[in-house]
Design a protein around this ligand. Structure first.
Ligand SMILES: [Zn+2]
Length: 238
C-alpha cells in the first residue's frame, strides 16, 4: 500500500497548506499557531526538529510529530509551505535529489529544487523521502484545487520508472542577512529570485566572481528572527 504523508501548517500563518492537508487527510502540524494566525508561538517549528533537549512548545510538538512521521513509514512526505517571495515556487530538500524527489517533482509539475544544508526542519526527519513545497504567494498554478488533485493522485515511484526529466538544481551555499545587504548598500530590490547575480553584486558581496550565484526568497520575506533574507546558491541542471 502506498503511504503518502501530507503536512500543512508547520507555519501557522500559511493557510493554503492547512486547507490542502485538511482536504487530503493530512497532518495539521501546529494547530496552536494556526489558531493565532502566527508563524509559530515560541520557536519556529521548522527549526525545532531533531533537537537534543526539546524545551519550547514547538520543540516538544516537533518531538511528537517526529514520532508520528517515523511510525507512519511513509513512502513520500510532502510538507506544504507558502512564501511571500514572488516567482519562486520550488521544492526544497536537505539531501541530493533522488528518484523519490524527482518523481514528486514531475507529478507536481515542479522544475526548481533547492538543496538546503541538513537542518532542524521537518524534512530532515526522513530526508530521503521528504520534500517541502514552497509555493509562491499568488502563484496561479499552485492553487488549492490543483494541489489537492495532484496529491490525491500521487503514487510511489517504482525503481523501473525513474524520472530523468531535467530539473534545475540550486544548492544553498550561504545565508546572507538583510542587515549585511543594507550595510553594503546594495538595494534589496535589485535581487531577483532565481536570477543570476550580476558581476557588481557579486563584487560588493565579496563572492567568487567566476561562480554563479542565484538569490532565493529575497522579497517580502519576514523571518521573525531575521536570520536570512537572501540565499546565494549554485545552479546546475541535470
Ligand atoms: Zn512555511
Amino acid at each position: 500500500m502506498k503511504r503518502i504523508g501530507v503536512i500543512g501548517g508547520v507555519h501557522g500563518d500559511e493557510p493554503l497548506g492547512v486547507a490542502v492537508a485538511r482536504e487530503v487527510g493530512g497532518i495539521q502540524a501546529n494547530p496552536r499557531a494556526m489558531r493565532h494566525k502566527v508563524r509559530f508561538t515560541e520557536t519556529d517549528l521548522n527549526r525545532s526538529f531533531l533537537v537534543q533537549i526539546p524545551i519550547s512548545y514547538e520543540e516538544r510538538l516537533a518531538t511528537r510529530l517526529e514520532r508520528v512521521i517515523r511510525r507512519g513509514h511513509y513512502d513520500c512526505i510532502v510538507d506544504l509551505h507558502t512564501t511571500r517571495a514572488h516567482n519562486s515556487t520550488c521544492a526544497i530538500v536537505t539531501t541530493e535529489p533522488n528518484a523519490v524527489h524527482r518523481h514528486i517533482m514531475h507529478h507536481m509539475g515542479l522544475k526548481k529544487i533547492v538543496i538546503m544544508p541538513p537542518s532542524h526542519a521537518l524534512i530532515s526527519v526522513k530526508p530521503d523521502v521528504s520534500l517541502a513545497l514552497e509555493i509562491s504567494h499568488g502563484d496561479r498554478t499552485y492553487t488549492k484545487s490543483y494541489l489537492v488533485n495532484r496529491l490525491r493522485t500521487l503514487t510511489i515511484p517504482s525503481s523501473r520508472n525513474t524520472n530523468r526529466e531535467t530539473i534545475e538544481i540550486y544548492r544553498c551555499v550561504q545565508h546572507v542577512h538583510k542587515k549585511t545587504i543594507q550595510r553594503l548598500r546594495i538595494p534589496l530590490r535589485s535581487f531577483k529570485n532565481f536570477v543570476q547575480l550580476s558581476v557588481p553584486q557579486k563584487k560588493k558581496l565579496g563572492l567568487h566572481s567566476d561562480t554563479d550565484y542565484y538569490p532565493l526568497f529575497t522579497k517580502g520575506v519576514t523571518i521573525a528572527d531575521g536570520a536570512f533574507t537572501l540565499l546565494a546558491a549554485e545552479k546546475k541542471g541535470s
